[in-house]
Design a protein around this ligand. Structure first.
Ligand code: SF4
Length: 292
């Protein structure tokens, strides 16, 4: 992955959609030569059809990103600019590594027995998975065809990019509700809240399981009124919400912001005290949710 990037702004969508600049893995001296215009346009065409994606990394994890042991794949590109993002190196699609969908599907196949034994599967995360909908759809369809449990981890902001056909291949959605009111949502992410609510409504109508997630940041998202509004939004999705996760803010992404020379505004923010985490979880519990 390249470490160079332009300062990210919420309006930087043109940058977001550029294809990765590095060479294909195994195709020679990675990243050292400029791609020709023809190579660039071929690459974009393949990304559009979903046979090629831009990814940051993948890893095998247990007890995070969904049930059981999971292969979590981090896709590059995100339309949001969350102040607390711990993966700012996934902001831009062009900073990812170009990887064939078939290569990832072959890896998934190798882990099929691990997934089956642990009740796990694959999780497409990011960045924002729905920035590369054709690639994601291909991975999800391929995983499903192998009988593998599938999950996407998303803010829902680009929910309109998910076709019904794609969602038919999704077993679980980790849906981030980053704030319960417009103003805070905008302050946290630089974008609007409504698309997330719309996407959750759509998942609920389709009966797709949701784990709702909320990042608790002292002084930013912790106002009880804001938390109450998050709980109300999640409540409208009814029984498809099988758990709510309150994720305490941490400083683990600081080095990445610095390395990318981006302004990190939460440098002086402390992780929430255990009492605040507990009182926030209690608000969700009072709405009848199973809270983690
Ligand atoms: S949605 Fe996720 S990847 Fe995108 S900026 Fe927010 S925390 Fe980072």
């Amino acid at each position: 992955m390249t470490e160079t990037m332009a300062p990210a702004t919420p309006g930087g969508r043109d940058q977001d959609f550029l294809a990765p600049a590095a060479r294909l893995r195994g195709a020679g001296i990675g990243g050292l030569e400029e791609l020709t215009d023809i190579q660039r346009s071929e690459r974009l065409a393949r990304m559009r059809e979903g046979t090629l994606g831009s990814i940051h990394s993948w890893e095998l994890v247990t007890a995070v990103d969904g049930p059981g042991t999971r292969m979590t794949i981090f896709l590059n590109g995100c339309p949001l600019r969350c102040l607390y993002c711990h993966n700012p190196d996934t902001f831009l699609m062009k900073d990812g590594e170009p990887v064939e969908a078939d290569e990832l599907l072959r890896r998934m196949k190798r882990y099929r027995n691990v997934f089956r034994a642990s009740g796990g599967g694959i999780t497409l995360s990011g960045g924002e998975v729905l920035m590369q909908p054709a690639f994601a759809a291909r991975l999800l369809a391929g995983a499903k065809a192998m009988g593998i449990h599938t999950c996407i981890d998303t803010s829902g902001y680009l929910g309109r990019n998910a076709t019904d056909e794609m969602l038919d291949n999704v077993d679980l959605v980790l849906l981030d509700v980053k704030s319960g009111d417009e103003e805070t949502y905008k302050r946290v992410t630089g974008r609007e809240l409504a698309p997330t609510i719309d996407f959750g409504d759509r998942l609920a109508a389709k009966g797709i399981e949701i784990w709702a997630r909320f990042v608790l940041v002292p002084g930013l998202t912790d106002d009880p009124g804001n938390v109450e509004n998050v709980a109300r939004i999640i409540e409208r999705w009814g029984s498809v919400v099988s758990r709510v996760e309150v994720l305490p803010f941490h400083q683990m992404g600081t080095d990445k912001w610095d390395a990318l020379r981006l302004e990190y505004k939460l440098r002086d923010t402390r992780p929430p005290e255990p009492e605040l985490v507990e009182s926030t979880r209690a608000i969700f519990r009072s709405h009848g949710f199973t809270v983690h």
